[in-house]
Design a protein around this ligand. Structure first.
Ligand code: NAP
Length: 316
């Protein structure tokens, strides 16, 4: 039996990385073994991954040496960074740099970098349609990931750039789902105008990433966009109505109103949705559903995701 090649996975106890680990382990006769990076190998989530058959190693993206150690002896790595844990683009860039440098120093043969667009290429800082944030960003968690593409390119490690879409899990945990209005009617309030939102079940990102690793280095240097469905607010509201068995209405929130909601990331997310809405053609084109399904035949549509997850929607 040939020895399996190790894929080291950052964020293994989280949404994207967890999906990668589960996809690798599910393919029992596949060519890869899974190594899960976590800050706490004794956490319940880490123990669960070990129980599934992953090798679990301790690593902190803020400790470059620990990442290098975690990548040693591996064939490839899934690299994702964690903006929402600190909301600092500078810290996120350091995380990406530590991953890319460790991949280079460990001599990895294929890396997937979970990136997003640098929105400043579409909305330059001088464009007043949306405010500039933190002095030099339009959508900090997008822009800095796009900026970090160069760090991976310069590392010389064969890298595939994976563009994620809006996770439908944001409807469960991120506060984006339908909520009851003062009359008790369900309303899906999103600042998406009449544009299509490219969305995906977060578990499918990992499965698509596994499809990329299976195809291998031929996908190096390529940007690959992922989506499970591309739907307008009205279309999503119709699907919520069907799944929940009660009417859900779409309310297109103006971008400025959303930015003014006052919660910590309101401006950042307002800018993000404005980018999603005003550049929907770019996002729809770069995240092809059929191509995502070729990488991952189990790719869920929004209807399928809803049928599995409708009972988890808080609806308030
Ligand atoms: N939500 C969306 O719609 C969306 C769409 C596109 C892209 N994204 C991007 O997705 C990224 C997050 O990915 P995700 O949602 O898969 O993450 P997640 O589910 O929040 O999981 C994060 C995991 O990362 C680990 N982690 C956090 N800080 C770490 C550190 N310093 N060193 C090592 N591990 C650390 C944690 O594991 P341990 O506690 O076990 O160490 C945690 O389980 C964000 O940057 C976001 O911008 C999100």
């Amino acid at each position: 039996m040939t020895e399996k090649k190790i894929i080291a996975v950052a964020g293994a106890t989280g949404a994207q990385g967890g999906g990668v680990i589960r996809a690798i382990l599910k393919d029992r006769n596949g060519p890869y073994a899974a190594r899960a990076l976590t800050r706490d190998p004794n956490s319940d989530k880490a123990r669960k991954l070990a129980g599934l058959g992953a090798q679990v190693v301790k690593a902190d993206l803020h400790d470059a040496g620990s990442v290098k150690k975690a990548f040693d002896g591996a064939y490839g790595a899934y690299c994702v960074t964690f903006f929402w844990n600190h909301m600092s683009p500078e810290t996120e860039l350091r995380e990406a740099t530590n991953l890319a440098n460790a991949a280079r120093d460990a001599g990895l043969k294929h890396v997937i970098w979970s990136t997003l667009e640098d929105t400043r290429k579409y909305v330059p800082l001088g464009d007043t349609r949306m405010p500039t944030l933190m002095g030099k960003y339009k959508v900090p968690h997008f822009d800095v990931k796009g900026e970090a593409d160069a760090v991976f390119r310069d590392s010389g490690v064969p890298t595939t750039y994976l563009l994620a879409s809006f996770f439908w899990e944001n409807f469960i945990r991120g506060g984006s789902g339908p909520k009851k209005d003062q009359n008790g009617d369900l309303v899906l309030s999103l600042p998406m105008a009449n544009a299509k939102l490219t969305g995906i079940a977060s578990e499918d990102i990992g499965r698509c990433a596994y499809g990329v690793f299976l195809r291998g280095q031929v996908l190096a240097d390529k940007h690959i966009g992922l989506a499970g469905d591309q739907l307008t607010g009205d279309e999503m509201a119709q699907k919520f109505s069907k799944a929940l068995g009660k009417p859900v209405r779409y309310n297109a929130v103006p971008f400025d109103v959303f930015r003014g909601l006052g919660f910590p990331a309101a401006e950042e997310l307002g800018n993000m949705f404005q980018f999603y809405a005003e550049f929907a053609d770019v996002l729809v084109k770069s995240r092809d559903v059929a191509a995502s399904r070729e990488l991952n035949p189990e790719l869920q549509s929004f209807d399928q995701w809803l049928s599995l997850n409708k009972d988890k929607l808080p609806l308030e």
